[in-house]
Design a protein around this ligand. Sequence first.
Ligand code: ATP
Ligand code: MG
Ligand code: MG
Length: 547
Amino acid sequence: GKERSLNFIEEIVENDLKNNRHGGRILTRFPPEPNGYLHIGHAKSICLNFGLAKRYGGGTNLRFDDTNPVTEDTEYVDSIKNDVKWLGFDWVNEYYASDYFDQLYAYAIKLIKDGYAYVDDSTSEEMAALKGTPTVPGKPSPYRDRSVEENLELFEGMAAGKYPEGSRVLRAKIDLNSSNMLMRDPIMYRIKFAHHHRTGDKWKVYPMYDFAHGQSDSIEEITHSICTLEFVAHRELYDWFIEKLGIFPSKQYEFARLNMTYTVMSKRKLLQLVNEKFVSSWDDPRMPTISGMRRRGYTPKAIRDFAERIGIQKRDNLIDVSLLEFFVREDLNRISTRVMAVFEPLKVVITNWPEGKVEVCKLENNPEDPESGHREVNFGKEIFIEASDFMEEPPAKYFRLKPGGMVRLKGAFIIQCDEVVKDAEGKITELRCSYIENSKSGEDVSGLKVKGVIHWVNAQEAAEAEVRLYDRLFKVENPAAEEGDFKDFINENSLQVVKALVEPSLKKATLEDKYQFIRNGYFVLDPDSGEKLIFNKTVGLKDSWKP
Ligand code: ATP
Ligand code: MG
Ligand code: MG
């Protein structure tokens, strides 16, 4: 690719490597919570973490941040692994934060013994009332000065399941006057009698994000822990725990999360779309999930190129989805097989074509790829063209088919329209045309100059297909920023299903094949396809993105 200047995280890494911090080693991690499918925002984080480590000769751990037993599921774990691999990345280690529960518990005991943590019996309302505001200092809980012995006994009792949920928490003892509210004795552990997808019923206490994340980074000796901007305020606490525990000094760096136009990007909202049936599933082609984009026909390269192009920022921003579509189109133009599909069939009978005669036409598979070769398409007496490629009363400079006019059928012959057949209501039902004998593509000696070229399918051989055309899932650019429920802004016309006739080669399409339906856009087979062919429109041919 083109050389670009370093982004701020690359600058930090290069500086660390130069100063031999951690012995010149870089290890990053991608830490998804297995509570949903990955979306394009995660793809940005994946490309950043894996890309950075790769660029500087290091590696990346895949760590499932599974400290919240309630919302997590192995279905999500499997989909996440599949999506990361599909994007083209390999992790060094697959870890689970829940594997560290024993170690985290031991860290908590150490902090209690060192006087840095205490058990608080206050209700959450009482705690909130004492916390103060950024300008009003907090007040100590009546339990703040419990003895180490009492704290140990109570925390062990919490872990043994002696006390009900919500009755007590373990808090870090830090600074009630801090201007950073997260430093005002944050909660480290809460009681939860929930079944965990990996540890089962072993634990009755679960660590909070802030007590799990940094320590997990440290246990794995992550050098650069990259997260999104919401965690800026958490960094002080991240460093505090590591310092008080005296463990490996991982460092946290923050970048702006990706927001994209005409969609939402939070797993909670995406889950609502699935549960409330606004879409068919997590991998509905309209979803901004990686699995949805894969089903839609997006390629990993397009997503990686997009992530590289948008780069990383320190301020939140909204990226135009047409930029992503630009990269999708660019990749598909390079790799897709050109085929013919007719969406609004209009029958054309070639009157001077001998009954039963078949002529093999060779069509180029992909002009962008000389290796891709040709395929054979049979020309015959009855074909279908797009109804929109014929006009009875055309404007000047109309180069498609018109009464008495000529057009070239892609890869085949020039035809002339001799007669327009209509039904009783005056609707055109058929065109009767004649073909020019010596005008076959590649061996045309007719001497005729014909400007228009249109696509067609052979009526004898064409296959029927359902084609799913997609529009934006939302009617507004930034549904999450609108007042009221984001679901009020759903575009109810985001899916349109049409019937098409496609050339017979498409009966052999696989889910991996990428197609350009000539003049109609890029398409891919849908997994719902079976006896009946079903194609998804990936993206149109025209670029609407303005740099
Ligand atoms: P969501 O709000 O969608 O549920 P999350 O941050 O809770 O996202 P995680 O599974 O915790 O989801 O995310 C894993 C990693 O992906 C985190 O490091 C997170 O910062 C990053 N990430 C999540 N959403 C985005 C986004 N929109 N842009 C960039 N990175 C993201
Ligand atoms: Mg998270
Ligand atoms: Mg979340």
